[in-house]
Design a protein around this ligand. Sequence first.
Ligand code: SAM
Ligand code: SF4
Length: 474
Amino acid sequence: MTKLATMTLSENCKDFIDDDFLNKLLTGPQPSPSRIQEIISKSLAKEALTVEETAQLLRADDPESVESIFAAARQLKTQVYGNRIVLFAPLYIGNACVNNCLYCAFRSSNQQAVRRTLTTTEIRQQVEALENVGHKRLILVFGEHPKYNADYIADCVREVYDTRVGHGEIRRVNINAAPMDHQGYKKIKAAGIGTYQIFQETYHHQTYAKVHPSATRKGDYLYRLDGLSRAFEAGCDDVGIGALFGLYDWRFEVLGLVSHALHLQQRYGVGPHTISFPRLQPASGVDLDEKFLVNDHNFKRLVAILRLAVPYTGLILTARENPELRREVMAFGVSQIDAGSRIEIGGYTEAGDAQVMEREQFCLGDIRSLDEVICELLQDGYLPSFCTACYRLGRTGEHFMEFAIPGFIKRYCTPNALTTVTEYLTDYASPKTRAAGKKLIQKELDNLENNPQKNELLKRLQRIKQTNDRDLYF
Ligand code: SAM
Ligand code: SF4
């Protein structure tokens, strides 16, 4: 067996996940209703919960407690985040992979996978197709392979920013790729990335070892767990964590995520920008133990509990889930969703209406168009947003600011959602979506106080509708 090269870890790196401790927190009696209420009140006062408090919410599985957790998550979402939902799309660049993660169709041993890496011209074509339907924010996704090194990823990021068609442009590029070393993060940061996402997949050591063969780079639990600490040390302070739900007990994974968020917060003074909670989906050639698959009810519980545990962190709900469930779960505090997504490599120009399993990492549950998703959001009273202002103005830690600075949402988030959705409605929307948008925008404007900023906003909305001026952010 070839020995993998030793990689540099972050300063004083340590494994902060203690399986026995977390498992112990999950056993024991149901917390009393008054204890649940106490924890909920702390969260509604916008204080992050401890791992122990989160475990108590996870242990509460009687219908009454679960309902009060759901209600609190909905309340926190409306009171704090308002009705905005940020939209993005994933762009799969290549599925070459040296790892052999048992759950993933890109794993090296999967002979059925059609391997492909987009050429520069193809990247441009995909980006143009995404811009032509109105996208402004992308996440680039890569397998793990020596050819997808930091220089390569940085070049892809620059290529995306450089591709413009009509009024279309990508204003924020996030990354989901293998953990890097310090040097790597610096190069990617210099290309202007937004969030760097790494999912731990499972925080449970034994399960991690079972699904990630030890002879692979990803088989090194600590190197991955430490991945975003290195990002912080290299100056990337905008990171996303996640767990792949379905590999081990979902409640344990929630505690892993919360421990990770608290670790980053304590160590670097900033928590993760986002948490993702993908559920394991069927994938080409994958035959996995179904023991830990998370049903819809528990999925809702986990989203609601995460919302309460880390009130400052954005929550991402992906198109792995079907439209009905997405609609329901959104109310529990989701802040970002992908829409109009295709994950076959080249899928934005080449895919038909059906998904081709051999060409994708797993099967998506929602392949509706961006326009359909936006129309539904508007009809449900959500305000879709393509805002990228904070990141571009250096207002980092934007989720923190939404909470901490009085009036932040009114001053920045809502106006920027209104300008970006007006761009969408003017340039790309179907007549039905445009009509739904017009109604919602009027309602939002009616709710804004009359002041000089509102006058400025109204002027900008007119400029977008009547001229070629775009990207007028606050
Ligand atoms: N190759 C990089 C890595 O593993 O970190 C980039 C990410 S991979 C292309 C994106 C994510 O997809 C993984 O981190 C994993 O959580 C998720 N994923 C893999 N197989 C999946 C499946 N069958 N169902 C749902 N999500 C899956
Ligand atoms: Fe490769 Fe990532 Fe898939 Fe694992 S999850 S096989 S590392 S693409």
